[in-house]
Every structure is written in C-alpha cells, then in structure tokens.
Design a protein around this ligand. Structure first.
Ligand SMILES: [Zn+2]
Length: 311
C-alpha cells in the first residue's frame, strides 16, 4: 500500500463524535471531489476506506445516497468510483451546505465550519478526497489536488491561517486542477497529526531520523576514507623509498633511529605518524623528521638508478 493509502485508512478509523464535525468532514470530502455539482459527475479514488467513508458521510449527514462501483485509476490501479446518479440527490447535497450547484465559481462556505473542531474535520474530509503524500523515503511532499482555482485559493488561505499548526503552503497549476502543497517535513508532520493520522506522522518522523543518521554516517565515512587515502599514499611513497634503501644499501646501513622506523613502516603501511611515534616513543614531528630523511635518501637512489634498476 502507498503511504497515502495508509494515511487515508488511518484517517477513516477516526470516529466522529459531533454532528457539526460530521457535516464538516462530509462537506470537505464532497466539495473537493468534483462531484459537488448539479451536473452528473463521478469521483475516482484508489482508497476503498475513503470511498466508503464518503458514502457514509453523505448518508448520515445530509441524508444523500451515493453509489459506489469498481473502477481503474489514472495510474491503472484498482480504484473506486463514487457518484450521485440521481439529480435530486445532487441537489440535496449542494443545498445542504448552502450552495446552489450553479455558482460560476465554487468557494468554501465558511458558515458550515461552526467551531475549531469542525475545521479539523473539514480538512480531513478534503484530504480523504484529494490528499496525496509522497513516500517519505523518496521525499517530502504533501499535496491537495483541488479541482478549481478558487477552491485551491480558499484552501491555501485556510491552511495558512490555521492556528493549530503553522504552515506556508504554495499553489501550483496542474493538469485538470490546482495543487496546494507543503514541502517542509515538519509542516507535513504537524498537518498529519492535526488531521488525526498520528501513526503516519510518526512514520514520517522515523524515516526522517533514519535518513539523517544515514547521511551523517556517509559524511563521516567519506571523511575517513579521504584521510585514509591521504595516509596511505604518503605511506606508499615512504615504503618505496625504504625499499630502495634496503635493496641498494641494506637497512643495516641506517643509523638505529632511522632503521627502527623504516622496519616499523614497512610492516605497518596503514599507521599514521602519530601511531608510529607512539610505537617508538617519540613525537609525531620526530617521526616526520626521520621519514623525511628516509624519503630523501630513498628518492635520491631511485632518481640515480631509475625505478627499474631497483626492482
Ligand atoms: Zn465540530
């Protein structure tokens, strides 16, 4: 199941306690469904629970009976088709919320939203009809697909002024309608919690934490790998120089301090200067100084004889 489908299933488990909120959720769901008109229209959704909830809301709120049938969504997935085949039912639905169904431009009738409780229910209804949230593993995006420009504008205003959560939505033109969307993961979490989808909100938060932890690990690993490469390539150069001394003059020709370090380095190519120093009981700069001497000697031999002369 998609993340959106999970959210809708979770939202449909919420029991509505007040009649005012039932009306508000019904209004939100139908107003944004493209079926809020006197003309015959149908609405398709991939969420079975959302489709059934729309029917229940219509029946128990304004007492309108709608029809449910199987369909295929635009993404070619199994879907549900909600419609109001009877004209009298369509008239009853729009009139129940103070509309005529013949308005040149459909707007949100705020008189339906009696209290703050109703605003939550109203937004939940809208989400059930046209909400979509991208899988948080892929990105953060919550969008309401509003059927008309003015409805999109009204929803934008409603979201922006909601006191229970702060969000700064944006509106974008889409094929067949308008998108009102949020891209900030924190704002999406807050909105989902506000609507009552606490499970989905928690899941989003966990995915975000996991992604951040993974990014930190990657950053650290990249940093360590870069340092390792640096240590290793310096070490390779030192070993080539020590090998040249060993082959041409023998390591026994070196003074004790240099010989000790040369043998240690040959056997431990991955030790840092500090670690070499700890093994020998000398400082990092002491190690560096001695390695510089070994490099000078060895590279002078390589230059003199050529690398082939030594190998
Ligand atoms: Zn209410």
């Amino acid at each position: 199941m998609s993340f959106t489908a999970d959210i809708k299933t979770e939202l449909c488990k919420i029991q509505i306690k007040r009649d005012c909120c039932l009306r508000a959720e019904c209004y939100g769901a139908w107003l944004f469904s493209k079926c809020f008109t006197i003309k015959e229209a149908a609405f398709t959704t991939e969420s079975g629970p959302a489709a059934r909830r729309m029917l229940e809301l219509a029946a128990s709120g304004p007492g309108v009976s709608a029809q449910l049938s199987y369909a295929v969504s635009r993404r070619r997935r199994p879907a549900y088709r909600v419609s109001l085949p009877e004209e009298q039912e369509r008239v009853r639905l729009v009139e129940a919320f103070g509309h005529t169904g013949r308005e040149p431009s459909l707007r949100i009738n705020r008189a339906v939203l009696e209290g703050d409780c109703c605003q939550t229910a109203f937004l939940r209804g809208i989400f059930l009809a046209c909400g979509n949230v991208t899988d948080p593993n892929k990105g953060y995006h919550l969008e309401f697909a509003a059927p008309y420009k003015n409805l999109a504008g009204d929803l934008y205003t409603l979201l922006g002024e909601a006191e229970a959560f702060s969000s700064n939505p944006a509106v974008v033109r889409r094929p067949g309608g308008y998108g009102v969307y949020l891209k900030d993961s924190g704002q999406i979490e807050n909105l989902l919690t506000y609507l009552g989808a606490t499970g989905a909100s928690m899941e989003l938060m966990q995915v975000k934490m996991y992604k951040e932890a993974r990014n930190n690990i990657n950053r650290k690993t990249n940093f360590e790998t870069a340092n390792m490469d640096k240590t290793y390539s310096a070490s390779a150069r030192q070993i080539a120089a020590i090998a040249a001394i060993s082959d041409c003059r023998g390591l026994e020709s070196l003074p004790d301090g240099l010989r000790e370090l040369a043998v240690l380095r040959l056997n431990n190519p991955d030790l840092t200067l500090r670690e070499l120093g700890q093994r020998l009981g000398i400082s990092r700069s002491g190690v560096n100084h001695r390695l510089q001497k070994l490099l000078e000697m060895g590279e002078a031999i390589i230059e003199e004889k050529g690398i082939d002369g030594i190998m």
